[in-house]
Design a protein around this ligand. Structure first.
Ligand SMILES: N[C@@H](CCC(=O)N[C@@H](CS)C(=O)NCC(=O)O)C(=O)O
Length: 214
C-alpha cells in the first residue's frame, strides 16, 4: 500500500474538489486515483461499499468516506491559518448544511430532471428553490466580508464553492442576471484562484499517482 494517503477522486465531483482543495491547502501530500463512476475500481468497493467519491485511505489502513471528514482530517495536524476553526462558526455550519442539503437536492433536480420523474416542482421551480436555500443567504454573508472565513477564506469557502460553480454553469446567461453581485465576485475570484486551479489537475486515467502539491 501507498506510504502516502490515497485519495479516490473524480475530477468533476464537487465533493471531491472540496476534499482536494483542503488537502492541498493543508499541505498534505497524497496519491490519488481518478475513478470512473461507471466502472469503479474493485479496490474502492472493498474499502467503501457505499462507493461514493471522495474516499481517503490512510497509510494505517483507516478509511475516511465523507468529504467533510476528509477536510477535517486535512486540517487536523495543523490549522495555523484557522481554515478549519473558522468553518466551525454557527453561520458557516448553517451554510454547509444548506449547501449539502436543500441546495444540492434542488440543483440536481434542476440539472438532471430526467433522473427525477414524479417531482411536483418544475425544474425551474427547483432552480428557484436552490437560490433561496443557499444563494440568498450566501449573498447576505458575502456582502459584508469577501470570504466566508472573513477577510481570508476558510474551509466553508472551498466546501461550498464547487457546488455554486456547478449551479452557475447550468445556465450562465440566466445566472448573470441574478441580483447576487457578491456571490458572483466571490465565485469569479475562486475560479481563478491557484488553489482551485491546483485541485483541477488532470490525473492519468490509470492507477495511483502523486497529486502535485500547491
Ligand atoms: N456525502 C458524500 C457524497 C459524495 C458523492 O455523492 N459523490 C458522488 C460524485 S459527485 C458519487 O460518488 N456518486 C456515486 C455514483 O455516482 O455512483 C460526501 O460528502 O463525500
Amino acid at each position: 500500500m501507498s506510504q502516502l494517503p490515497l485519495l479516490y477522486t473524480f475530477r468533476r465531483c464537487p465533493y471531491a474538489m472540496r476534499a482536494r482543495m483542503a488537502l492541498l491547502q493543508a499541505g498534505r501530500a497524497f496519491d490519488a486515483v481518478e475513478v470512473s463512476l461507471r466502472d469503479k475500481p474493485a479496490s474502492l468497493l472493498v474499502l467503501s461499499p457505499k462507493a461514493t467519491v471522495p474516499v481517503l485511505q490512510l497509510p494505517d489502513g483507516h478509511v475516511i468516506e465523507e468529504s467533510w471528514d476528509i477536510m477535517r482530517w486535512a486540517f487536523a495536524e495543523s490549522d495555523a491559518q484557522g481554515w478549519w476553526a473558522r468553518a466551525q462558526s454557527p453561520d458557516n455550519l448553517d451554510l454547509l448544511q444548506r449547501n449539502d442539503g436543500d441546495f444540492k437536492r434542488h440543483l440536481d433536480r434542476w440539472k438532471y430532471p430526467q433522473r427525477y420523474a414524479g417531482e411536483t416542482l418544475t425544474p425551474d421551480g427547483h432552480r428557484d428553490k436552490a437560490v433561496d436555500a443557499l444563494l440568498r443567504p450566501l449573498e447576505a454573508r458575502l456582502s459584508s466580508a469577501p470570504c466566508l472565513g472573513g477577510a481570508t477564506p476558510c474551509a466553508t469557502d472551498v466546501a461550498v464553492m464547487p457546488f455554486v460553480r456547478q449551479f452557475a454553469a447550468v445556465d450562465p446567461g440566466w445566472f448573470a442576471t441574478l441580483d447576487l453581485p457578491s456571490v458572483r465576485s466571490w465565485l469569479d475570484g475562486w475560479l481563478v484562484d491557484p488553489l482551485f486551479a491546483a485541485c483541477m489537475h488532470k490525473l492519468p486515467a490509470e492507477g495511483a499517482n502523486r497529486f502535485p502539491p500547491l
